[in-house]
Design a protein around this ligand. Structure first.
Ligand SMILES: [Fe+2]
Length: 293
């Protein structure tokens, strides 16, 4: 199978990655600021708040205040004695190598393109169109990626991707839905039978804005009708994804310590870029929440 290639990488995107709440501290925002923040997120798909100094508990409190209680991930009930208590909270995962150089980085599946909504099949009562927001807080970030370039996370605008398709292709995709599953299970070759895959149309309508975009999940997604033809399903996905990459620039967020990047998984795909964990420490706090306010 032909490997995926990409060549259009940009650091300034017309829609994604806008900086919001300049000079504000996320622990003390007014209700109006919170509302405007959310509106910016739905409008831009990816927003950045810079120069924050939060504990994990404060990040979780901000998420609760802004989006509600439906948080997924983390779930640590007891404190890890080798990690500062400030970095720990029930629903916050710590990505990277918080225990120091040489620790195997946590979150290694994150380097392939995906929407974080691949977690949703595991959650009863939520459909794939749920507004699943992820926030990633760069407490300590590597000076460079594995390729010697600044440390980044990459995003693809899936509304732009839909708009860039020719009308005939758009119409064809309107007819197709895909099954989605948690990729961690399929990568282990062991799709848990008690986790039903969830079906979602490839051309997805955003719950708040009503705009159309592509929802591709990850390369484990299977078009309806191809359940018994995994090779064909994989080929279909890779082909479609390559078409997206050929026509849509990749937005690359360059990390600075203190940045919190928020993304709406109904509008963007993303991937992390590997770094040398023997040379740099990375401490990134991650929290995922479904908007229900
Ligand atoms: Fe992710």
């Amino acid at each position: 199978m032909t490997p995926i290639t990409q060549d259009k990488l940009i650091q300034h995107h017309p829609r994604l990655g806008v900086e919001v709440l300049q000079g504000c501290n996320l622990t003390c925002l007014t209700d109006i600021q919170l509302r405007e923040f959310k509106e910016s997120l739905w409008e831009h798909g990816v927003v950045v708040v810079r120069q924050q100094h939060l504990s994990a508990k404060q990040l979780e409190e901000f998420a609760r205040q802004t989006f509600g209680n439906l948080m997924f991930g983390g779930y640590s009930k007891t404190l890890d004695p080798d990690i500062s208590p400030d970095l720990q909270s029930q629903h916050v995962s710590i990505l990277g190598n918080p225990k120091g150089l040489g620790q195997e980085p946590v979150g290694k599946y994150a380097c392939e393109w995906h929407h974080d909504k691949d977690r949703i099949p595991r959650i009863e009562g939520l459909d794939m169109n749920a507004l699943y927001v992820v926030m990633l807080y760069g407490v300590e970030m590597p000076g460079e990626d594995i390729d010697g370039q600044p440390h980044t996370t990459e995003f693809l605008d899936m509304l732009e991707a839909y708009n860039n398709l020719d009308p005939q292709h758009q119409q064809q995709l309107e007819q197709i839905s895909m099954y989605h599953m948690p990729p961690i299970f399929s990568k282990q070759g062991d799709v848990a039978a008690d986790i039903p895959m969830k079906v979602h149309p490839i051309v997805s309508t955003h719950k708040v804005t009503g705009k159309k975009g592509l929802y591709l999940g990850s390369d484990t997604a299977i078009p309806v009708g191809m359940e018994d033809r995994p090779e064909e399903a994989k080929h279909f996905w890779l082909d479609l994804f390559q078409t997206v990459l050929d026509s849509t620039p990749v937005y690359s967020h360059v990390w600075h310590p203190g940045d919190i990047v928020f993304w709406d998984n109904s509008q963007v795909m993303h991937r992390g870029i590997p770094y040398d964990a023997t040379k740099y420490q990375r401490i990134a706090l991650r929290l995922g929440v479904v908007d229900n306010q």
